[in-house]
Design a protein around this ligand. Sequence first.
Ligand SMILES: *[C@@H]1O[C@H](CO)[C@@H](O)[C@H](O)[C@H]1NC(C)=O
Ligand SMILES: *[C@@H]1O[C@H](CO)[C@@H](O)[C@H](O)[C@H]1NC(C)=O
Ligand SMILES: *[C@@H]1O[C@H](CO)[C@@H](O)[C@H](O)[C@H]1NC(C)=O
Ligand SMILES: *[C@@H]1O[C@H](CO)[C@@H](O)[C@H](O)[C@H]1NC(C)=O
Ligand SMILES: *[C@@H]1O[C@H](CO)[C@@H](O)[C@H](O)[C@H]1NC(C)=O
Ligand SMILES: *[C@@H]1O[C@H](CO)[C@@H](O)[C@H](O)[C@H]1NC(C)=O
Ligand SMILES: *[C@@H]1O[C@H](CO)[C@@H](O)[C@H](O)[C@H]1NC(C)=O
Ligand SMILES: *[C@@H]1O[C@H](CO)[C@@H](O)[C@H](O)[C@H]1NC(C)=O
Ligand SMILES: *[C@@H]1O[C@H](CO)[C@@H](O)[C@H](O)[C@H]1NC(C)=O
Ligand SMILES: *[C@@H]1O[C@H](CO)[C@@H](O)[C@H](O)[C@H]1NC(C)=O
Ligand SMILES: *[C@@H]1O[C@H](CO)[C@@H](O)[C@H](O)[C@H]1NC(C)=O
Length: 644
Amino acid sequence: MAGQFSRSVVYLITAVLALTNLVSAAPVLKRNPYEFVLSNPYSDTVFSLGNISYLANTKHPKVVLGTAAETRTTTVPITVIKANVSAISRAWLEHTFQLYAAGDDVWNYDFLDGIYISSSVKASLESGAIEYLAGFNTSYVFTDGSVTGQSTFTTITVSPTEGLPVGPYLATLGPSTASLATVYRFVPSRLYYWHDTRPLAGERVAVKDLYDVKGLQTSGGSQAWATITPTANGTAPSIQRIIDLGGVIVGKQKLAQFASGANPWQWQDEHYPFNPRGDGWLTCSASSSGAGCSIAAYDWLDFAIGSDTGSSMRRPAAVSGTYGQRPSQGMMSLERVLPLGGATDTAGVFSRDPHKWVHFSKNWYIPPLHQDVSITGLSPLVVPDSNAFPKTILYPTDYLPLNNSAAEPILEAFIANMTRIFGMQVKRINFTATVQNWTDPVAKNLTTLNAATGVINTWTAWEVIGKPLLTAWANLFDGRFPPIDPARRPGWRNFNESVTNQAAYDAALVTKNRGVQAYESNLQYSTPDSCSESLLIYDIGTGGLPSFREQTLNDSPGASYLAVRPAGAAITGANICPIFGCADFTVPIGQVPYKSNVTFHEEMVPVTINLVVKRGCDFVLYNFVQRLADEGVLKTVKTGRTAF
Ligand SMILES: *[C@@H]1O[C@H](CO)[C@@H](O)[C@H](O)[C@H]1NC(C)=O
Ligand SMILES: *[C@@H]1O[C@H](CO)[C@@H](O)[C@H](O)[C@H]1NC(C)=O
Ligand SMILES: *[C@@H]1O[C@H](CO)[C@@H](O)[C@H](O)[C@H]1NC(C)=O
Ligand SMILES: *[C@@H]1O[C@H](CO)[C@@H](O)[C@H](O)[C@H]1NC(C)=O
Ligand SMILES: *[C@@H]1O[C@H](CO)[C@@H](O)[C@H](O)[C@H]1NC(C)=O
Ligand SMILES: *[C@@H]1O[C@H](CO)[C@@H](O)[C@H](O)[C@H]1NC(C)=O
Ligand SMILES: *[C@@H]1O[C@H](CO)[C@@H](O)[C@H](O)[C@H]1NC(C)=O
Ligand SMILES: *[C@@H]1O[C@H](CO)[C@@H](O)[C@H](O)[C@H]1NC(C)=O
Ligand SMILES: *[C@@H]1O[C@H](CO)[C@@H](O)[C@H](O)[C@H]1NC(C)=O
Ligand SMILES: *[C@@H]1O[C@H](CO)[C@@H](O)[C@H](O)[C@H]1NC(C)=O
Ligand SMILES: *[C@@H]1O[C@H](CO)[C@@H](O)[C@H](O)[C@H]1NC(C)=O
């Protein structure tokens, strides 16, 4: 299974390293020796210790120490340790190494060929500590004079070194210098960030390949687009914010081409990512599919950044059983991000852990990164961070109960827990009939509102991507149409600018604004006690049925296609917030069994629910989610076959 999951994620960083089985090592009886594997084209060093391969950034060492270390160039895996005690005992070292092993998936005991030890107070290595290190056959001890008592090792004295975090390094020792290079197992050691107090320090983040990251090619999932556009010469502000917070960008992720809603079987230019849940044959949905499934697959990955125009964060989160949101319209700058709909696109983050998800989100979505009203066509965003929670749970009878009757009790228990914890009342409504009962003839017509969203989603992508791509390709290749997936080919082949144009777009923004105003007066509004008086729930997933990457399997009564509009509803549940600007979070609440027609064995499919509040009430909803996590109602999900 390990190999196949590697396809769902991170494909721009040279994948020479083992992607999986990042396990903490136990103390060793025999330390694995250093073995050089190769110098890659960037002059980094690939090496192995036992059966694990590493990459060392030897081209740009973290520090170069001007010291005579070895007469002949020697390469040594070492560990940098910082002490703050005067007597460094065996127990202190043992405890420190245990912390390293538990807290990191890159460092292990094989990095004890040498140590670099310094202390914030004058310290000595006690004889027990020396004996303990000798047991690892440690050869080298670097010291800056703050630690004494290590005479049995080859001791290399250096000047005190600033900016050298604890953790594993590859040391290259020579006659006049010793250089220390940081070490990666596809991802850098977490230890490098232990003393970094920034909110996201060391958190590993992958990015949907429609955000610009300086120095990488943005593909939008299209080889043709990658051919006609340069490598990004800047980073999207949304991604820069993550880097500034200490996040570690580890790579870019597959998406449905140009953020389309293409089904798995419609992918041609890229191979579809794998979903680790259930039988390994389930859909990852679209378009942030690589991002959603990666979070369900890889323990070593903490967050994945996606985007949502019509469902593309919320549905991948649903089918992978992870946390993922569509924030309020306008919450995050989408500068340097390939667009689908200028006034419908939003940026979201996937996570397995509700606390970490809330922490990330509240640090990421800051007012300076809100979009201008000229982009959203809506009122300026106001985002209170309070506990003014909703009082009412709106249960829409046109979207619920969940399609799989085995899943509905899980939802009922979740609702009961919400009403218990927050003292909420459940109100059953028919969403469609409720909207159709409004007075504004434009705002009450869901068909009109949905059509306006369609114009927004079509015009921006055509103007910014489709038209320039077709033009450039025709110029380069004798009038040819570019090779693109069927989700976009007919629409762009037949694009009619006398129907869909800037004027139609501007009119659609006005229509959308009317819809949002009516929604916020009639359905989800603020009161003195609540940012959003109600919490609307619905399911963007399959209601607890499996949905497969192989099309025909979905024709079975026990399976489901995605994006099914219930009979009697004018729009899908997914469309509600793209139309009305609201915040819509997918949260995992359980799982149900199905008999797989792929493995012919019982498997589990995640059950999730969507929580919707009025535009601007995102932070109140994060506080709500946090409270549910504190109460044990929302839980951290696992990677792999089952979420729980
Ligand atoms: C240290 O070296 C001895 C002798 O070669 C060997 O038996 C022992 O396994 C080594 N210890 C470690 C931890 O590698
Ligand atoms: C690597 O070796 C360790 C210890 O010898 C073993 O436990 C582990 O399963 C091996 N991993 C792989 C991927 O072969
Ligand atoms: C010493 O380090 C430990 C572990 O990092 C830390 O908990 C403790 O507060 C530190 N003590 C001092 C005096 O800095
Ligand atoms: C980045 O590239 C664009 C064209 O793609 C160019 O207009 C712009 O000047 C470049 N910016 C920098 C800082 O090089
Ligand atoms: C429609 O509005 C009328 C008048 O306000 C109200 O009595 C009725 O209950 C509403 N129906 C629905 C389905 O909201
Ligand atoms: C909604 O508007 C469309 C035109 O966009 C119109 O054809 C349809 O009749 C309207 N529906 C209702 C219920 O008024
Ligand atoms: C484009 O749309 C206009 C207005 O509906 C129509 O008159 C025209 O024939 C269309 N052009 C093409 C090429 O279909
Ligand atoms: C498996 O196949 C059987 C027979 O075609 C069908 O009845 C059932 O719904 C399928 N189950 C799933 C989960 O796809
Ligand atoms: C429930 O599943 C059935 C069978 O796939 C399907 O026909 C129906 O449209 C689904 N309903 C919803 C609301 O998804
Ligand atoms: C909800 O209301 C719509 C519009 O009146 C109607 O077509 C649909 O059947 C209703 N659905 C339910 C489940 O009551
Ligand atoms: C959630 O609700 C169910 C059923 O009402 C209950 O059994 C369960 O203990 C609750 N869980 C938590 C964590 O409160």
